[in-house]
Write a protein that binds this ligand. Structure first.
Ligand SMILES: Nc1nc2c(c(=O)[nH]1)N[C@H]1C(S)=C(S)[C@@H](COP(=O)(O)O)O[C@H]1N2
Ligand SMILES: [Mo]
Length: 331
């Protein structure tokens, strides 16, 4: 999120989906038919049972299938961004600040063995091996818009489950009000740590009710495959109504706290990055207008900008979390 004059060396790869477009289009038509009402509820039950009946996804294989989510996945009918763009244009400063740096350098990330430590104000703290996290709840496919504060967006079919499933498992205490996410910071694997752009490790946090919201996704895959390293393997957060930087990649620790934790970007520039960071076209960032966005893969001379939507289009689902709050102050 530094000022960078357009990443000179980077040319967009051709948008060619690994999963044929017809598969996605068919799936979305199916979701459209099944979404909402009794059919939707019945499907959700069926999908849950189906997913539970599946054997655990093998760790070594690349495929990671999720049952299409009739609830959340149905909300974005937009065409998913091409896989090459989603895996080739990234922010993951631990691997460099250029958009193509993570794709070039993240091969050094070691995703096994991997554990996520859960600590703080919970009844059942502990260390979760990634293998156990993969089978903690049924995997779903969720097609979400991801909107970066820099003014671009993508549509990505994630694979994962609601973070709430893990939260329930560890039994937060009544005093827990925030959840902090700490990500890997290992200089031997991450060349970007040499630069002092951020105070490592990259840390993000949510209010407990935000973390428990069903839309908040613990993601292990995208496009039906395990996450590429540059997208935050082996496990990351996806909070679709907030700017992309809230969606921490390569998480190693989750801590429950009473006080609002400091976050990496807020510590770096508090006037630019607030704690909430909800997508809001009415509140500009000091350096970037938030009124419109450029969809990655659509750039070019005549590509139209898209209007940015309040809460990234998820207002009906999450607006209630902020009832009565001044969104200008709580940016
Ligand atoms: N650990 C870590 N997580 C991170 C970042 C980062 O630099 N380090 N960048 C964030 C930003 S600014 C964005 S826009 C998204 C990008 O996710 P994507 O590359 O999967 O699209 O990841 C977020 N998560
Ligand atoms: Mo971002």
């Amino acid at each position: 999120m530094l000022i960078r004059p357009r990443d000179p060396g980077f040319v967009h790869p051709q948008a060619s989906d690994i999963t044929p477009r017809a598969v996605y289009e068919g799936r979305r038509a199916w979701l459209r038919r099944m979404a909402g009402g009794a059919a939707g509820a019945a499907l959700a039950g069926w999908a849950g049972r189906e997913a539970l009946a599946q054997p655990a996804p093998p760790v070594k294989r690349a495929a990671l299938s999720g049952t299409p989510s009739a609830v959340a996945g149905a909300m974005t009918m937009e065409k998913p961004t091409g896989y090459q763009d989603a895996a080739g244009y990234n922010n993951f400063y631990e691997f460099g600040i250029g958009k193509d740096d993570p794709a070039r350098h993240a091969h050094t990330l070691k995703t096994r063995p991997w554990t996520v430590e859960v600590e703080g104000l919970v009844g059942k703290p502990g260390r979760f091996a990634i293998e156990d996290l993969l089978t903690l709840a049924p995997m779903e496919e969720r097609i979400y818009r991801l909107r970066c504060v820099e003014g671009w967006s993508m549509v990505i079919p994630w694979v994962g489950y609601s973070l709430s499933a893990l939260i329930k498992r560890v039994e937060p205490l009544g005093s827990a009000r925030y959840v902090e996410f700490v990500t890997l910071a290992d200089p031997r694997q991450m060349p970007g740590l040499r630069s002092r752009v951020l105070d490592w490790p990259y840390v993000e946090a949510l209010r407990l009710d935000e973390a428990q919201h069903p839309l908040t996704l613990l993601a292990f895959g995208m496009y039906g495959e395990v996450l590429p390293h540059q997208n935050g393997a082996p496990v990351r957060l996806v909070v679709p109504w907030k700017y992309g930087f809230k969606s921490a990649k390569s998480i190693v620790k989750i801590r429950f706290a009473e006080k609002q934790p400091g976050t990496a970007w807020n510590k770096a520039a508090a006037n630019e990055y607030g704690f909430y960071s909800n997508v809001n076209p009415g509140v500009d960032h000091p350096r970037w207008s938030q009124a419109t966005e450029r969809r990655i893969g659509e750039d070019g001379l005549f590509a139209k900008k898209r209007k940015t939507l309040l809460f990234n289009g998820y207002e009906a689902q999450v607006g209630q979390l902020y009832a009565g709050m001044d969104l200008q102050k709580n940016y």
